[in-house]
Design a protein around this ligand. Sequence first.
Ligand SMILES: O=P(O)(O)OC[C@H]1O[C@](O)(COP(=O)(O)O)[C@@H](O)[C@@H]1O
Ligand SMILES: [Mg+2]
Ligand SMILES: [Mg+2]
Length: 332
Amino acid sequence: MAKTLVEHVRAGLDAERGAALAELFAALADAAKQIEARIRTAPLSDALGAFGHTNVQGEQQQKLDVFANDAVIGAMRALPSVGAVVSEEDDEPVVFEGKPDARFVVITDPLDGSSNLDVDVNVGTIVSVQAIVAGEDARAAALKPGTQQVAALYVNYGPATMLVYTVGKGTHAFTLRDGEFLLSGEHLAMPEQGPYYSVNEANAADFPQAVRSYLTKLRDGSMGAKYGSRYVGSFIADFHRTLLKGGVFLYPGTAKAPGGKLRLLYEANPLAMLAEQAGGKATTAGDANGGEVRRILEVVPTAPHVRTTLVIGSTAEVSAFGDVAAAAASQA
Ligand SMILES: O=P(O)(O)OC[C@H]1O[C@](O)(COP(=O)(O)O)[C@@H](O)[C@@H]1O
Ligand SMILES: [Mg+2]
Ligand SMILES: [Mg+2]
């Protein structure tokens, strides 16, 4: 009989911590089941389309962004252990008063891949968990580097609904069946080198020279293999494939977003932790002059919605990017 999510989390940790995180994951899984049910029948209801409000990112919120946000916040509000939620959809942290035993701040992208919602393509939910250290307010607790994450998880609403998590003891996958997330992949190992690169090449003209040289290297076979290209446009879907098959996903700086598009706290950090726990790697993509490439998890966040450039995936490809960027910087 396949292990349930709660059983697996409890089994991997000491009793006290296991119980607290199992309770948190069970509540997140319940929120994910609500979101999954809404997405699955969305074309039959009025669940699709714009909500008619612009969020702190300047993006048109989709109705399902708001639904997913309410589902996650609602589930966290009910838990004594969660002091606040930092969400892509809310300008400021949502702080829950009157919780003396609060020990976690939950940081979330309630619905990732919103541009794909109306066309029935994979979307996801992303969560990072930071501890609230005594005397810290929610915002300070959230603005810690990714190395201090207590846990990270995502849900991929695809042909199957899958939940992938880490608490720093490997990366594990679960599949939803009959209302239960059941273990379907334990201690996932990202291949050291993979067949695909994934980037929005429509922005290629704006990419820093180092990124353009790197993409040429992936295309011309000088990495010892000729790569295929895959880009879904939902970070979760592109990451999930990279986790299972290997390769690399990049979101470098562009003219529109020189500092990158993806958000450090609730997109890059949790997936970087999951990647590293599966033997992969995640770095920034440097700046316009190929400048310093840094381990994502060591970047100190300056604000809840700060963006970052990103290169994430198999060690061979991500390390090769670091080498290309270093060479470009030495010539600059
Ligand atoms: O359309 P672009 O510029 O390639 O951006 C796609 C990226 O934007 C995102 O949709 C941003 O995430 P949200 O949908 O949560 O805002 C990522 O999922 C995806 O990787
Ligand atoms: Mg997102
Ligand atoms: Mg989102």
